[in-house]
Design a protein around this ligand. Structure first.
Ligand code: PAF
Length: 287
């Protein structure tokens, strides 16, 4: 295993469990990368990271209906299973788990995992129910795969916090690892939703990372951050973004009181055309 050859594609929980029982019987450790498909280099970097830490890697491809709001892009979300499996051919992925909705929610949604303090702020405020859907499906996927290590992107900073907190609270025996954001040459964080952007919008979208870096510089230099934040919000709005938020929080717990924190995270979420984009930058503050 761990050759860069085609992964086996499994659609049912029982087939995946049989595959994993065999692998574990052979003493293999298991890495897991949950995705919603439409894979890009960012996902492939997560696969490589998982493979550095474990013997075999499972990638799940599942567009989770529970994490989409009623007016969000569940139907439009790009589903590209064949291209995704092809992309994984040249990467250290041993199995792709691509279940149906019925396989993951055999009795519909009865049990929900919720972390109200984390899931109602920032993106959770703008996407009510989103993190409940994420936490519930990630719990299911971790129960199905029972990996030693699961890798998530740091780009989804709040999601990673939700998952790390949930895993600690529920004593789930897995190591959660965050991986650096993979960026386009112009700085735009890679995301499946970038597919909604025109070429021109992709250039404009790069402003988000430049904005985070300027605010980071202001934070580091102790200059008037509130003025910088206000100016940066105006600049983004003038460029055509519809801002959900641009905020600085404590990087450890996402609380608003970052001033005394060891590190802060600058988080942005904004709509540009059809795409809702998020990005973040962590700044060490320990002086
Ligand atoms: O980050 C994502 O792609 C999704 O939120 C996840 C973690 C695969 C759960 O559906």
């Amino acid at each position: 295993m761990k050759s860069n050859s085609s992964p086996i594609i499994l659609n049912t929980v029982s087939d995946l469990r049989a595959f994993l029982t065999l692998a574990r019987g052979n003493g293999k450790t298991v890495g897991f990368v949950p995705t919603m498909g439409n894979l890009h280099q960012g996902h492939l970097d997560l696969v490589n990271k998982a493979s550095d830490m474990t013997d075999i890697v499972v990638v799940s491809i599942f567009v989770n209906p529970m994490q989409f709001g009623p007016h969000e892009d569940f139907d439009a979300y790009p589903r590209t299973l064949n291209a995704d499996c092809e992309a994984l051919n040249n990467h250290p992925c041993d199995a792709v788990f691509a279940p149906t909705v019925r396989e993951v929610y055999p009795k519909g949604v009865n049990t929900e995992i919720d972390l109200p303090s984390l899931s109602t702020i920032l993106c959770g405020h703008h996407r009510p129910g989103h993190f409940k859907g994420v936490a519930t499906v990630v719990t299911k996927l971790l129960n199905i795969v029972q990996p030693d290590v699961a890798v998530f992107g740091n780009k989804d900073y709040q999601q990673l916090q939700v998952i790390q907190t949930m895993v600690a609270d529920l004593l789930i025996p897995v190591t959660i690892v965050g991986a650096d954001t993979t960026r386009e040459p112009n700085g735009l964080a890679m995301s499946s939703r970038n597919a909604y952007l025109s070429a021109e919008e992709k250039e404009t979208a790069a402003m988000l990372y430049a904005t985070l870096k300027r605010i980071g510089d202001a934070l580091r230099s102790d200059s008037r951050v509130s003025t910088t934040l206000k100016q940066e919000k105006e600049r983004l709005t003038a460029a055509g973004f519809v801002l959900d938020y641009l905020e600085i929080r404590d990087a450890q717990d996402l609380s608003k009181s970052y001033v005394e924190a060891d590190s802060a995270v600058i988080l942005v979420a904004a709509k540009l055309g059809r795409a809702r984009l998020i990005d973040n930058l962590v700044i060490e503050l320990k002086r």
